[in-house]
Design a protein around this ligand. Structure first.
Ligand SMILES: Cc1cc2nc3c(=O)[nH]c(=O)nc-3n(C[C@H](O)[C@H](O)[C@H](O)COP(=O)(O)OP(=O)(O)OC[C@H]3O[C@@H](n4cnc5c(N)ncnc54)[C@H](O)[C@@H]3O)c2cc1C
Length: 302
């Protein structure tokens, strides 16, 4: 961590909550499901679909996992009732991954099962490297019974290409979101060089798409978006084989440009009461985000 990053980490706790809220409100759809639904309807008017994420992770009591399951079940019903073009993104640590793998598997199964009944889809987000193996194991076990579940692969992880190949070998067609990865990981397991991460991103995407799998192309890096356009064109892919994905509040111009090309675009919409803890944790984990946010706040280009 460089000196500026360290400074960001030290000063975050003393920034007044109202100021954090002002900055965070661009990236977070509110504290209630109703507020999030309004954001999803607004995004729909712009031509975007969405994926809903309830803020919160790393619970340490089983009751908290049960609470999270109930909240997501309620979301699935709401999406169905309101006929929203929206699926859900979940974090397994919120469903008990660090407590007991089988307990987490059963909690996740309940969500995937309900989503299946409603014709919906569950995306399992990828968390830090201590969760990678267990997350992929839970995904594999669910994939045997369901086709409406997908996982996320991080291009900065050295293991990712092998993970994708293993999943392609043991499962029928897979649905994978490709992202760079947001956690700070040690060099022995993660690429640190931006160019290598970008090349690995494109390689993962190529591997998935040329083998007939579905890809969520999650990035705001225009170089990667352009490289994805090229891969799509080289492979003569039909538009039902992939979608672009971006975070709420980030580079809305790139979002509009991607929509203008006629591509499907899904916006990741986080909401929940834990917005403050979530924002602070994210900023501490990756102080570079603070730099993006500050530049956006003052209308500067990164
Ligand atoms: C839909 C979606 C789902 C994701 N799911 C996961 C996941 O499950 N696991 C995981 O580890 N990571 C996830 N990520 C985060 C991802 O790994 C990256 O950390 C993040 O997207 C930034 O990488 P980038 O590809 O946009 O490229 P970067 O080079 O980091 O960013 C390109 C430009 O985008 C802008 N930008 C990017 N991020 C932000 C931000 N947060 N705030 C303001 N501006 C920003 C900046 O202008 C920056 O210059 C997800 C990202 C998206 C879009």
């Amino acid at each position: 961590m460089n000196l500026l990053d360290k400074l960001v980490v030290w000063t975050i706790p003393i920034v007044p909550k109202f100021l954090v809220r002002k900055v965070a409100s661009r990236y977070i759809a509110g504290t209630t499901l109703d507020e999030a639904v309004e954001v999803i309807k607004y995004l729909r008017e712009q031509g975007c679909c969405a994926t809903l994420d309830v803020l919160g992770e790393h619970i340490d009591k089983r009751e908290q996992a049960e609470h999270a399951v109930q909240e997501y079940l309620q979301i699935l019903d709401k999406i169905d009732q309101e006929n929203l073009d929206c699926n859900i993104s979940i974090k397994l640590t919120m469903l008990g991954l660090k407590l007991d793998l089988d307990f987490c598997l059963e909690n996740t199964r309940r969500l995937v099962q309900r989503a299946k009944e409603l014709g919906n889809f569950v995306r399992i987000d990828m968390e830090d490297s201590s969760c990678t193996t267990d997350t992929l194991q839970i995904y594999s076990r669910l994939k045997k019974d369901f086709d409406n579940v997908g996982f996320v692969i991080q291009a900065y992880m050295r293991r990712s290409l092998q993970d994708v190949r293993d999943q392609m070998k043991s499962n029928s067609k897979i649905n994978v979101r490709v992202c760079k990865g947001i956690y700070i990981e040690p060099r022995d397991i993660a690429y640190k060089d931006k160019e290598i991460v970008n090349s690995n991103y494109s390689m993962l995407l190529q591997e998935l798409l040329e083998n007939g799998n579905y890809a969520g192309i999650a990035t705001h890096d225009e170089k990667l978006v352009w490289a994805a356009y090229k891969t799509i064109s080289d492979l003569r892919l039909s538009r039902d084989k992939f979608e672009f994905q971006m975070l709420l509040g980030v580079d809305e111009q790139l979002r509009r440009l991607t929509l203008k090309e006629g591509y499907k675009l899904r916006v990741y919409v986080p909401y929940g009461k834990q917005w403050y803890e979530y924002s602070i944790r994210r900023l501490k984990e990756n102080p570079k985000i603070a730099g993006y946010v500050i530049k956006n706040f003052f209308g500067l280009k990164n």
